[in-house]
Design a protein around this ligand. Sequence first.
Ligand SMILES: Cc1ncc(COP(=O)(O)O)c(C=O)c1O
Length: 481
Amino acid sequence: MSPRALDYESLNENVKRAQYAVRGELYLRASELQKEGKKIIFTNVGNPHALGQKPLTFPRQVVALCQAPFLLDDPNVGLLFPADAIAKAKHYLSLTTGGLGAYSDSRGLPGVRKEVAEFIERRDGYPSDPELIYLTDGASKGVMQILNTVIRGEGDGVLVPVPQYPLYSAAISLFGGSLVPYFLEETENWGLDVNNLRQSVAEARFKGITVRAMVIINPGNPTGQCLSEANLREILKYCNQENLVLLGDEVYQQNIYQDERPFISAKKVLMDMGPPISKELQLVSFHTVSKGYWGECGQRGGYFEMTNIPPKTVDEIYKVASISLSPNVPAQIFMGLMVNPPKPGDISYDQFVRESKGIIESLRRRARIMTDGFNSCRNVVCNFTEGAMYSFPQIRLPPRAIEAAKRAGKVPDVFYCLKLLEATGISTVPGSGFGQKEGVFHLRTTILPAEEEMPEIMNSYKKFNDEFMEQYEDHRGYSRM
Ligand SMILES: Cc1ncc(COP(=O)(O)O)c(C=O)c1O
């Protein structure tokens, strides 16, 4: 009998081809160990609340009232909720057509899209059009919608930074396109060299691939770098010359841990450059409620803004969004609150600032503790986490460790991370899951574990690494930088 449609051997090959390392072998083994009763520190996903980060009070109050609107009619509501949260809940309910239980327009609630546009305008100093902003179930859904629209087949390529966030490789595989890698320079604090881009594009074209889009992740995941304004200009110019649509993944824009390179959006740099490029270059920028001091990953709220995208294309993207009817409505309200938080003078303002500052300042300290911790370990080199939520140290493995990994049938960094997991309960993602240069090994960990647990985690890592390096000590040296 021929296989049925959902038998494994007859599945869509694109589905089977897609890899997703963040929930890969390491994660599965960690889950098994957890079931066996071992304490596991999950540092594999940038999921702040799962690692103990408390939700901000004000947005939860507002959404709680929107979810339970009968509370608004309760005479005691003012005892439990501050007046500004009550007013905000009424405001957002008035933007819906039937509360949180009703579908919204497939592009999101017009009132929230307007708030997003106002936020972008304040942030960048240039107008933003709500008609060109679509709300999505997290940034991932938006990225997938746009990649699906761009990729016509195997011959279409998308430039993706390597090391990269596996959403991109997985989605490009799923839509049947070709990933065109460009390497970030580890020795330049993971900077982006436009010459590497040129080389990658030339190689892809030589293979017959039409390169159509370029992804930047700023601040970077897994690499934690912030792109400078000069670098962004070069990238924009390059995309315009080569006729590439630029996908600006800016989900970590609130997560900045140094003052030298503040976050600058690709849209602002593009507008600063003026015409003709500001009127020509096609740009789609993504943001989310999952990151920053919000960390509301489970709510699944995001948006994308389209710049210089022709109206007929905007309509096609609307049509595709309509197939899923509506993005999550509660998440849209989180997005509205994120882009329009309490203002000075509001009752909840001081608390909101205290909570959000507390989170970012602690993350800034944690970024430092982790980088310094890794750099104090034998055969480990780590760039400072300028932004985002990750540390991405290079592990210089002795040849004996690489040979032992081969004998065990494992990629060397997977071997190292599995040993780390078994010895300490720290669950990381091997660098090979993000792509890396040949013969170079990394791991990725989030900087999210609680600050007070950080010294112990780093001590336990150091102890493991010392023992590992001792065990595989080799007069031939170690893997290259
Ligand atoms: C670079 C990058 N883009 C997008 C996402 C997805 O975010 P969301 O939760 O909004 O789908 C993540 C999540 O970790 C990310 O790291």
